[in-house]
Design a protein around this ligand. Structure first.
Ligand code: ZN
Length: 361
C-alpha cells in the first residue's frame, strides 16, 4: 500500500524510533467525518456536532463530549485540534482528521535519528521485554507470531532470535525496505489488506498502533480473527489516565496530535478488547521503553518553545541551536527524578503508557 493509501485500516509507519520508540501508524477513516481542521469556527462547530453523535471508539458508549483544544504536537503539524472525551471510559478522540502528510512529515520524515546507533542495544532490550510479556502469559516459542505494524522489522528479528516463527505486516514501503536490510521480508499491507489465515497465529503484537487508527475496533476484530482460540496479543498504547498525561497537559509527550486518533485510558482499552473477543490477562505499567522519557519530556516541554524539543531535535525535526537546547540541558538533572517517579506511578498503576496482554476467547 502506498503512502496515499490512507483510509484503509492500519496506515503508514515510518519507524525510526530512538529515543522512545514513539509509534508511527497512520489513521484510517476519520471518526467524525463532518469535522475538518479544528482551527476555524465552522470546523469547531462541526467537530462538536460530530462528537455528540459519535460513539467512543474505545468502549462504544455514545458519550463523547467536547473536551479541550490542543496544539499540534509536531512543529511540522501546527494548528489547533479539538479533542472530545468519553464520559464512560474517559478515553478521548482527536476530532479533525489527520492531514494526509501527517505520517510522512516532521518527526516521521524518515531519516536516521541522531544517536540511533547508540540506542540499538537498548531497543533490543525493549523488544525482549515485549516478548517476556507474552512468555509470562503463556505464549512461548515455538509458534507463529505476527508483528502488526512491524516498522523496520526489528521486533520480528528479535522474535525469530528467540525461537518464534515470526513475520510482520507493514504498510509503508520505507519500513519494508528497512526490514530487508535486516534480511527480513515483511508483507507490505495494512490490517485491512493483509493476507493472514484465520486462526493461524499463536501470538501477535500491536505495539503503539491502535492509537493511530480512526477505527481501532475494526482493526482489532480482524487481528483477533487471525489468532487461534487461546492465542495471545500484546498491545502497547499511551495511557491518558496516567499521571504524566496530567502533568503534561496539552503538551503531554504521548498525546502526539493529530497522529494519535484515540487517546486510550486503561478502562477504554480493556473495554475495547472485550468487545472484540479478547480477554485481558495481564497489564504492565513499568515500561522503561516509553514512560520515564515521556514524563521527563512532558515536564520539560512546559518550559521550551518547541514542544518535545529533544525528541524532535533527535529526529532532525527541530534546530539544534536554540534556546530550547539550554533549557533541555539544564533539565537533564531531572532525569533520575523522572525514572523514580514513573516507577512509583507504575506501582500506583498509572504509568504513562501501558502494555496489555489479551487472550482470544
Ligand atoms: Zn468510552
Amino acid at each position: 500500500m502506498t503512502g496515499r493509501g490512507l483510509g484503509r485500516g492500519l496506515g503508514r509507519t515510518a519507524r525510526v524510533r530512538w529515543p522512545m520508540e514513539r509509534e508511527q501508524h497512520a489513521p484510517a477513516r476519520a471518526i467524525a467525518p463532518a469535522a475538518h481542521r479544528a482551527d476555524a469556527p465552522h470546523a469547531r462547530a462541526a467537530a462538536a456536532g460530530a462528537a455528540a453523535s459519535s460513539a467512543c471508539p474505545a468502549c462504544g458508549a455514545a458519550a463523547l463530549a467536547a473536551w479541550r483544544t490542543v496544539p499540534g504536537s509536531d512543529p511540522a503539524l501546527p494548528g489547533e485540534y479539538e479533542l472530545a472525551r468519553c464520559a464512560v471510559c474517559a478515553s478521548a478522540v482527536t476530532l479533525a482528521p489527520a492531514p494526509a502528510e501527517a505520517h510522512e512529515e516532521g518527526a516521521y520524515g524518515g531519516g536516521a535519528p541522531r544517536g540511533s546507533a547508540l540506542a540499538a542495544p537498548l531497543l533490543r532490550a525493549f523488544d525482549r521485554r515485549r516478548l517476556s510479556f507474552l512468555a509470562r502469559a503463556g505464549a512461548r516459542p515455538p509458534g507463529r507470531l505476527l508483528d502488526v505494524g512491524a516498522g523496520r522489522g526489528r521486533f520480528v528479528a528479535q522474535a525469530r532470535a528467540a525461537g518464534w516463527e515470526a513475520d510482520g505486516i507493514e504498510p509503508s514501503l520505507r519500513g519494508v525496505e528497512g526490514a530487508r536490510e535486516l534480511g527480513i521480508e515483511l508483507q507490505q499491507a495494512s490490517v485491512d489488506s493483509a493476507d493472514v489465515a484465520p486462526g493461524s497465529l499463536d501470538a501477535a503484537a500491536l505495539w503503539h498502533v491502535l492509537e493511530h487508527l480512526d477505527d481501532p475496533g475494526t482493526a482489532l476484530e480482524r487481528v483477533a480473527g487471525w489468532l487461534r482460540p487461546g492465542g495471545l496479543l500484546v498491545i502497547g498504547v499511551p495511557n491518558l489516565a496516567s499521571l504524566q498525561a496530567r502533568a503534561g497537559g496539552v503538551r503531554w509527550f504521548h498525546l502526539d496530535v493529530p497522529r494519535h486518533r484515540t487517546h486510550f485510558t486503561l478502562d477504554g482499552l480493556h473495554a475495547l478488547l472485550r468487545r472484540h473477543g479478547l480477554q485481558p490477562v495481564a497489564t504492565h505499567h513499568l515500561l522503561a521503553e516509553h514512560n520515564p522519557f515521556g514524563l521527563w519530556q512532558s515536564v520539560v516541554s512546559r518550559a521550551t518553545r518547541t514542544p518535545s524539543w529533544l525528541y524532535h531535535a533527535l529526529k532532525r525535526n527541530a534546530p539544534l541551536r536554540s534556546r530550547d537546547a539550554l533549557v533541555t540541558a539544564a533539565a537533564l538533572a531531572l532525569v533520575p527524578l523522572a525514572l523514580a517517579a514513573e516507577a512509583a506511578f507504575a506501582l500506583a498503576r498509572r504509568g504513562g503508557t501501558v502494555a496489555v496482554v489479551a487472550r482470544r476467547m
